[in-house]
Ligand binder design. Sequence first.
Ligand code: PHE
Length: 451
Amino acid sequence: MSENRGTFGGILGTIAVVGGSVVGLGNIWRFPYMAGENGGAVFILLYFCMSLFISVPIMLSEFTIGRAGQGNSMASFRKLSKNRLWQIVGIMGMLTAYIIMSYYAVIAGWSLDFIYESAAGNMMGHSPEELSTAFTSFISSGTKPILWSLLFLVLSCGILVFGVTKGIEKANKILMPLMVIILVGMVLNSLSLPGWGEGVNFLFEPDFSKLTWGVALKALGQSFFSMSLGMGAMIVYGSYIKRTENVYRIAGIVAISDVTIAILSGLAIFPAVFTYGIEVTSGVELVFLTLPNIFNQMVGGYYISIAFFLLLFFAAITSSVSLIEVVIAFISEELKIKRIQSTAIAFVLIAVVSILCALSQMPDSPISLFGMTLFDFNDMITSIFIMPLCALAIVFFVGWFLSRKVVFSELSSNGRYPYSKLIKFNYFMIRYIVPCVIILLFVSGVLSLFA
Ligand code: PHE
């Protein structure tokens, strides 16, 4: 099997690919609305600490499983342990990637529609109310969001058929730098708005009365989502990282980039939220409601609007390839079929649920689960339940079941980077601290959210 598996090129290629997975809609679309709904700065502080102290050890654990196991999320566990139960974790991870992708494609489809509408000049010259009505009628129209999300899936699968190096890595090396340039330009512009001060206070001045177990669990879920953890993506990507690469450097750079991009998107969005009197708790629509208002009033708004939605699209596609890759690697290696066929099967499977997700956004849609739209349900079930539980299983596996020798050898790339203190510290975190924090937050958070 290993002859057919790809590997990423050098360190730049690896960071572009892993960074491309990590930085996505989670940073630019999900982070601002989650922060808005959960108290702003307190949520951000928790998200920041969890990303550095909880998510980095989990990322290293996933890399360890992928590098030592050299397979898809399930095969890697199979190779490393005789106990078949562990393979369930791999399957759960793959299913999570599948569920996330189904609503991810819908949001990414919105970004394509906004690129089109911006380029056609339809976003300019409208009041905030008109823009908001137009958006509501768009997402509830059914067909339009479906077509855009299908187009997005076609584009993602178009990259994926070219494989790991020629497809994913090549595309990411171009898209990631472009994305950063656009985002920095957006922040500079946003900081000139009158709501600047309020926006910055909301992001950086914590109000500790907003701190609850539920908020802490959501911050953990956000960190996992944003760092692509708890669903096998980093196991699969880990298996493509060259044996000579330094995993600490990769995880460190990627974690810092993830948090930085999230904060930059907050800085691009919240000054506008306050300037145009939009509710910070607007939920999933926040970014799509606030930003068109800024573009409307800005010199050069026409071009900046196109640039921003392109940014969102780039961020989305470099992440979606990693989500779909989890499904493709699974199908092609487990069913032993060619990449092109597995890509086609993954496309069809994801397209079906994406269509349902898009339809569930329509008013009076019968597609709902436990009183939520399928869209909200999928997001909730993955980020609050499955990702924390899969992450817990992953750290348990690496901390307590995998031999210490294998873990140390993977973390030091076979002795090439012998950071003994760092490795010991991480191993300690993986064995004791990370599982305790996940269990504590999971139990208290779930109890408080459903109390
Ligand atoms: N991390 C991606 C984002 O921030 C989403 C993602 C989750 C990608 C899980 C892969 C795996 O948008």
